[in-house]
Write a protein that binds this ligand. Structure first.
Ligand SMILES: [Mg+2]
Length: 290
């Protein structure tokens, strides 16, 4: 589908010359598109695991738990343990453990996040006078009662801080529709309290990558973040000091890179995702032209 793996095809193509210790991947547009793995994704991930590199897949969606993503990847033909998935359920729980282990939180959230908080031993409460942190999340069970609790904790008792799992305004569905995401809940709470959301643990905030680095025990500079969007994954990697690669199989097209300022550009540009493996190794593995 693209030109040879040896000679790099276009002036915007730039591929790594070394292996990294850790590989962090966006999912949609990077590993799969809809219900199909993208070309080269499977052999790349299998090879990285074989070479003992850490592999992590990211998602901003807090309405699923990592096991659900692991099942999806496995069903698509890439068998994956839940431990390789980090979504905002994981980063929110981890951020609380690292920064506010004794806080009492009110999660406006669906079951996966509530379960994770419970399993991590985080205190939760619906009593406004006890709440230190209100977590605004993607919650399809959001209602006036929950808004009142958040309002009382933040505005009336003047004690709670507002944080969010992810800054997405809506979650896109196939066919162009979508549904309101966490930003809708943040907006409702900000609107009535005048408070500002202080922390976001999802893309593009570098907190997400920093949390993952701590979880994996790796340095940002020893990993590479690969995604299909400049303003989410690549922005986050640039802000976290992590090398990054944009793959042109999703949202970003080669021509989008032409007018971008250097400050927004990743280290690497890949026509397909298995170009993350250095060319000499691809030849050694007999991968030949892609
Ligand atoms: Mg994507």
């Amino acid at each position: 589908m693209t030109q040879s793996g040896g000679a790099q095809p276009s002036k915007v193509s730039k591929t790594p010359e070394k292996l990294y210790d850790g590989y962090v991947f966006d999912l949609d547009g990077t590993i799969y598109l809809g219900d199909e793995l993208l070309p080269g994704a499977k052999r790349l991930v299998l090879k990285l695991r074989e070479l003992d590199r850490r592999v992590v897949f990211l998602s901003n969606n807090p309405t699923k738990d990592p096991r659900m993503y692991a099942e999806k990847l496995t069903k698509l033909g890439l068998e994956t343990p839940a431990g390789e998935i980090v979504n905002t359920v994981v980063t929110m729980t981890q951020w609380l453990i690292q920064n506010h282990p004794d806080a009492t939180v009110f999660p406006i959230a669906e079951e996966p996040l509530k379960n994770a908080l419970r399993e991590a031993g985080i205190n939760t409460s619906e009593e406004p006078e006890e709440i230190d942190i209100v977590i605004a999340s993607y919650d399809r069970g959001f209602d006036y009662r929950k808004l009142q609790i958040a309002f009382d904790a933040i505005w009336f008792h003047e004690r709670a801080m507002l944080v969010t799992t992810n800054p997405d305004r809506y979650c896109p569905f196939p066919g162009g529709r979508g549904e309101p995401d966490a930003a809708a809940i943040v907006g409702a709470i900000e609107g009535c309290t005048g408070a500002k959301c202080e922390v976001n643990v999802g893309k593009p905030d570098p907190i997400m990558l920093k949390t993952i680095m701590e979880l994996m025990g790796l340095d940002a500079k020893d990993c590479v973040m690969t995604g299909d969007r400049l303003y989410t994954e690549i922005r986050m990697a640039l802000d976290a000091g992590m090398p990054s690669a944009v793959v042109l199989t999703g949202e970003t097209k080669a021509e989008d890179l032409e007018g971008e300022s250097e400050d927004n550009l990743p280290d690497y540009v890949l026509g397909r995702i298995d170009y993350l493996i250095p060319a000499n190794l691809r030849r050694e593995f007999g991968w030949g032209d892609a």
